[in-house]
Design a protein around this ligand. Structure first.
Ligand code: DAH
Length: 339
């Protein structure tokens, strides 16, 4: 019997040694220490012994059980430990590897449009948007540009159908808005406009921001003050605004607005062709004919309007020589803005 005990101990130790996973260890434990395992069988064989040999045998078997339990516990700890090591090794995260996508940035046109809108919103302008496919009526007629008016030649129009076109200017939102709302009106309308024109300073699609203020006692001074505020914030404190007489059918009087050149601060350089001034936008006092077209009493109300090209402002601000650069989407170009 003592041999049997020794044999079980030896074989079990060898098998424990070989065991390399927790599941196999569990199976082994059941085989030796389980209810119907080797040790239980050994204990049961006690009945075959002489009465006086039984206590010593019982003690030996219990000692073996204790020993095996300790060995199994140690092996469990060792296997769990190496399992953890293996997992840590396998699931290791290499934090030195850069998986981050390069960061995007706003397009310079979006950036400038947003800057201008934010400045005007801060002055209490509400922001409107309107359709890019527009009727001849809102794009031209309501703005005092009848069918055969020479001013139509200033804006080469994409026609879609009889009386339907791609808007050539955001000014059409003046008429749309005034038709719906009585003064006080203080709105801007940013958006895309379309003209059949393409060279270094013209693109078939570009962006404008229209501004319109109508109320009692609105004067050209209000317009100049607003534009002065815009110019100072966009191009620097010392930027001056100059009005030159001009003509637009929907404003009377009309002005071209120049700013002192942001490059040379008015001294004269190649950007401003030596004049010290750069033309930035068209504006004027809303023509009473337009007010009346839209159902607003022109004896009671006056208004000012302005329309600026966002690309033009961006070109001046960043010194961009060709409008087409905005639309080629060369990342090396786009990367330089919106930091
Ligand atoms: N709509 C004009 C254009 O696209 C710009 C403009 C001029 C808008 C005078 C105005 C304005 O509101 O008063 O050339």
């Amino acid at each position: 019997m003592a041999d049997k005990i020794f044999e079980i101990q030896t074989v079990c130790c060898q098998e424990l040694e070989k065991c390399d996973c927790l599941q196999a260890l569990q199976d082994l434990r059941v085989r030796y220490l389980g209810k119907s395992g080797e040790l239980t069988a050994l204990l049961k064989s006690i009945k075959d012994l002489a009465q006086e040999e039984r206590p010593a045998f019982g003690n030996k078997v219990n000692e073996l059980r204790k020993l095996l339990e300790t060995l199994f516990a140690n092996k469990t700890t060792a296997l769990k430990c190496s399992e953890m090591q293996r997992k840590l090794q396998q699931e290791k995260v290499d934090i030195s590897l850069t998986t981050m996508q390069p960061r995007g940035a706003l397009h310079p046109v979006t950036l400038v449009e947003k800057t201008i809108c934010d400045l005007l919103i801060a002055m209490g302008f509400e922001v409107l948007s309107g359709p890019e496919v527009e009727t001849d009526y809102y794009n031209f007629q309501a703005l005092n540009i009848p069918a055969d008016h020479p001013a139509r030649d200033m804006q080469d129009t994409f026609y879609i159908a009889e009386g339907i076109l791609l808007r050539t200017q955001t000014s059409c939102m003046q008429a749309r808005h005034m038709e719906k709302k009585q003064p006080p009106i203080k709105m801007i309308c940013p958006g895309k406009v379309y003209r059949s024109d393409s060279d270094a300073s013209h693109s078939p699609v570009f962006h404008q921001i229209e501004g319109l203020v109508v109320d009692e006692n609105i004067t050209l001074c209000d317009l100049k003050g607003t534009l002065q505020y815009l110019a100072s914030h966009l191009f620097g404190e010392d930027t001056q605004v100059r009005f030159r007489p001009s003509y637009f059918p929907f404003t009377e009087p009309s002005v071209e607005v120049d700013l002192t050149c942001s490059n040379c601060h008015g001294k004269g350089c190649s950007l401003c062709k030596g004049t010290g001034w750069i033309e930035v936008l068209g504006a004027g006092m809303v023509n009473p004919v337009v007010l009346e077209n839209c159902g607003i009493d022109s004896t009671k109300y006056t208004g000012y309007a302005f329309g600026l090209g966002v690309e033009r402002i961006a070109m001046i601000k960043y010194g961009i020589p060709d409008i087409r650069l905005f639309y080629e989407n060369d990342v090396r170009f786009l990367k330089q803005f919106g930091k």
